[in-house]
Design a protein around this ligand. Structure first.
Ligand code: ADP
Ligand code: ZN
Ligand code: ZN
Length: 666
């Protein structure tokens, strides 16, 4: 019998696995896919994962090196998970070594094998800790539909905020645990995990493994092992948790499935929702996507019959739908960015000892510092963009490269002293409101005020305890917080996403508006929502505000169909950047020529063009968009072209990357 050859995934940017021989004197029968091995690589050593134990080598046998050490006695990654990773590597055209590395906690990736801590928890006496509420009929139907699924099926649970989606997850998970299986729950943000954790630990007295980027290596490894061994029947995590091994998968839940943070935007650019669906299919278990504002992709998949839609039309508990007022800002008096009618309502809200939320998706004091005399504008020296003014700190900050400087007080162009702040960000709205309501406590929640550890929780606690009366914030406000005393929500600029360069901008803005509106009146009191807009007649916005997200989505999908944009076509974006201004476009032009030569007629090549923001952090950026109504053709072209692109001389002079199913077009 010929000696065995191991195909090993080695963390490397090369798009292939590497072949090795088993260690000398090692019983090859003990080698299994999914085990980690230490291997010589170039002039160093590295840790890889065995993908396959084969008899064939793609390299001349005499040139193969031996594995130095086998690090595991049994596979760390199951055959099923390896197959998923191999699929993801192919689909996203990303090197298998880096894909496999993404699935391992750092400690294991580095080849350490820390001793497992003793089993942390004894078997619980009972599964349920807290008595669950009686389900509403719609919830009941949703639970029964998913529970009745035979093997793999994708469900979209659509229900406004507070309609009881989480309760549906909890009920299904209860059944999954009772059947001796595990549930994997993916959430978009770490900020959401403590709240969700609390709901889960109140309901179930079983171990819950929590996986997110805020963990240290030891905590992550511990949670990962609890998931892998099956000791934790519930696994909750953010994006990368989709790759967590599970001993007995029974259900996958993706909460807020529309959220952008499920898509990794650098390196291995996978979409955790899409990977989760593939994973469920391989594991033959149902997968449940939940959202008040489903992505157009998911709604399309419902229309195509690929997903089954389940709806929760009403709010659970006692909360009722809020009253919505749309203000035409072309004819409404304001103070700063805040309309007089909204100020009047806020005043009444505070007097009733209730709370108000004010949403503006722009942080800082003002987006522009400008000279009254010559119209000079403060820009970033490293990016093609304006600097954002932070008035209190008297500083300018670039939101794209994090460059900072002291704010100019004299115009560098004409030496005038007449510099002024143009536009409004959350810091300025906070100032306006503090001035208008001197007796009220105004707090601000955005990336600037929540950077410090514990700061976000502090802000949330203040709202819960009634220490804040008005909370001004960015999209962070939209993220699933439950504030029962908030009865008024003001959306200061509903137009922000209507005219963006990204074709997904209206979808995002609509999702944000609906999510923020959902914060109003979750308690016993009917909420009020005030929406300020300069374009009350914009067709998509009007649809959204008069007939709701479903009507908006239908119209937006029509527009996508007309333009053959996703989900009616598949996209891949080839990006390149370099300090050298010419290199990115030059590289992409050669890449484009090769793609044309590949002769896949059904793929359109759009560009190359400069990126919407041509220069960022001192680098010039360009992109080539590949579009096809036939996904398989697009993948065929990418598979043909990638090796050719890699071997281009210019490929070494630029930083380039391929983004399959890009979620951001810049
Ligand atoms: P969502 O996840 O859709 O925002 P939740 O499941 O968090 O909704 O439910 C919103 C609120 O209503 C929660 O306080 C929850 O405990 C409560 N709730 C959910 N389902 C029911 C029910 N069937 N009966 C009573 N209260 C419920
Ligand atoms: Zn000037
Ligand atoms: Zn910058």
């Amino acid at each position: 019998m010929p000696a065995l050859v191991l195909h090993v995934a080695v963390p490397s940017p090369l798009r292939r696995s590497f072949d090795y021989l088993p260690p000398r004197g090692y019983d090859p029968a003990r080698l299994l896919p999914g085990m980690r091995v230490k291997v010589p690589f170039g002039r160093t050593q590295t840790v890889g994962v065995v993908l396959e134990v084969a008899v064939q080598s793609r390299v001349e046998r005499a040139r193969l090196k031996h594995v130095l050490e086998v690090l595991d006695a049994e596979p760390l990654l199951s055959a099923e998970l390896l197959a998923l990773l191999t699929w993801a590597s192919g689909y996203y055209h990303h090197p298998i070594g880096e894909v496999v590395a993404a699935a391992l906690p750092t400690a294991l990736r580095q080849g350490r094998t820390p001793r497992a801590r003793a089993a942390a928890v004894a078997a619980p006496a009972s599964l349920i800790a807290e008595a669950p509420p009686l389900l509403h009929p719609a919830q009941e139907q949703a639970v029964e539909a998913v529970a009745a699924a035979q093997g793999f099926q994708t469900f979209l649970l659509e229900g406004i905020t507070g309609s009881g989606k989480t309760e549906v997850y909890l009920r299904l998970i209860e059944r999954v645990i009772a059947a001796g299986r595990q549930a994997l729950v993916l959430v978009p943000e770490i900020a959401l995990t403590p709240q969700l954790m609390e709901r889960f630990t109140q309901r179930f007295s079983v171990p819950v493994a929590l996986l997110h980027s805020g963990l240290n290596d030891g905590e992550r490894l511990h949670a990962w092992r609890a998931a892998r061994s099956g000791q934790a029947p519930i696994v909750i995590g953010t994006r990368s948790a989709v790759f967590t091994p599970l001993a007995r998968p029974g259900l996958i839940v993706i909460d807020e499935e529309h959220d952008l943070s499920f898509k990794q935007q650098e390196g291995f650019r996978y979409h955790a929702r899409d990977v989760a669906i593939m994973r469920a299919q391989r594991a033959k278990v149902p997968v449940l996507l939940g959202s008040a504002t489903p992505s157009l992709e998911s709604l399309y998949n419902v229309c195509e019959g690929r997903y089954r839609r389940l709806a929760l039309p009403q709010r659970a508990g006692r909360a009722q739908a809020p009253q919505v007022t749309v203000l035409d800002m072309r004819s409404t008096p304001t103070e700063g960015r805040v309309s007089r009618p909204l100020l009047t309502l806020m005043d009444a809200t505070i007097k009733r000892s209730e709370q108000a939320l004010v949403f503006l998706n722009r942080r800082g004091y003002a987006p522009t510092l400008i000279c009254k005399e010559c119209h000079w504008v403060a820009t970033c020296t490293r990016c093609d963009t304006r600097m954002v003014l932070y008035q209190r700190a008297q500083r300018l900050l670039c939101h794209h490269c994090a460059a900072q400087r002291a704010a100019e007080t004299v115009c560098p162009a004409c030496h005038s002293l007449a510099l002024y702040a143009l536009g409004h960000g959350t810091e300025r709205v906070e100032e306006t409101l503090t001035r208008h309501f001197p007796a009220a406590a105004v707090a601000r929640m955005d990336r600037d005020t929540t950077r410090a550890k514990g700061a976000l929780q502090g802000l949330i606690d203040d709202v819960h305890a009634g220490r804040s009366h008005i909370l001004v914030g960015t999209q962070m406000l939209a993220k699933g917080h439950h504030f029962p005393q908030v009865t008024l929500v003001g959306i200061l600029d509903a137009d922000q996403g209507l005219f963006g360069v990204d074709f997904r901008a209206p979808e995002r803005m609509s999702q944000l508006i609906v999510q923020v509106m959902g914060r109003a009146g979750r308690g016993d009191i009917v909420g009020q929502v005030v929406i300020q807009t300069h374009h009350p007649d914009h067709p998509l916005l009007r649809l959204l505000l008069t007939r709701g997200y479903g009507a908006f989505a239908e119209a937006a999908l029509d527009e996508r169909a007309q333009a053959a944009l996703p989900p009616y076509s598949a996209l891949a974006l080839l990006r390149a950047e370099a300090v050298d201004a010419e290199a990115p476009l030059a590289f992409l032009e050669e890449a484009c020529a090769l793609a044309q030569a590949a002769g896949v007629a059904a793929v359109q090549l759009l560009g190359p063009v400069n990126a919407p923001m041509e220069r960022r952090a001192g680098r010039h950026r360009a992109q080539l968009l590949l579009q096809s109504t036939r996904r398989a053709d697009l993948h065929r072209l990418l598979a043909t072209c990638l090796p050719q692109w890699e071997s281009l001389k210019l490929a070494r002079r630029v930083r380039w990357s391929l983004d399959v199913d890009p979620m951001e077009m810049g």
